[in-house]
Unconditional design. Structure first.
Length: 172
């Protein structure tokens, strides 16, 4: 079992091949993004970092993968711009860089895992909200895929349970 605290500590000298802490952070424009960026600031405090903020536009199977989706792309660019501004304002620019990536893919989960692999990420920080699907609570396909296939550690930040869930739960 991996301790959450160990993610914040620098690795041992023999494991430390790269000089900066590489983090891939998928953003969606939702309220959980602020919690992700706040946690990211704490994680990268006084340490060299490379942060890649990722927004994935999911393309339906009926459309070509390189289809032009101007509304979705504009929303993605706005979300990335806002997240990058917050990240850059909170972090010391002398310790690292904040990059943004707007991706088009069939599956957001697969795109996030591929980006983490390409960037040789140390960790993926992903946010989630519980939803009800087919009568069951779920974090969604994207989070499930990332947790199962990520080549690195994954830090999941789940929002507090909404009232509609806690009101229907029976506590024994």
């Amino acid at each position: 079992m991996v301790s959450f605290r160990s993610s914040f500590r620098p690795r041992a000298a023999e494991e430390r091949v790269q000089t900066s802490f590489r983090v891939v952070v998928p953003v969606s424009g939702g309220s959980v993004d602020n919690r992700l960026l706040e946690s990211l600031r704490k994680m990268c405090f006084r340490r060299a970092y490379e942060i890649t903020l990722v927004y994935v536009v999911e393309v339906e199977q009926s459309m070509p993968l390189d289809a032009e989706l101007p509304d979705e792309v504009n929303r993605g660019e706005a979300v990335l711009r806002a997240a990058a501004e917050i990240a850059r304002a909170d972090l010391d620019p002398q310790n690292g860089q904040v990059y943004t990536e707007l991706l088009q893919a069939r599956s957001a989960g697969a795109a996030i895992v591929d980006e983490a692999t390409d960037k040789n990420a140390d960790v993926i920080m992903i946010g989630a909200t519980l939803r009800r699907q087919f009568g069951r609570l779920t974090l969604g396909e994207t989070v499930d895929f990332v947790l199962k296939h990520a080549p690195c550690e994954v830090i999941l930040i789940r929002q507090a349970l909404p009232n509609w869930i806690t009101d229907t739960m029976e506590w024994s």
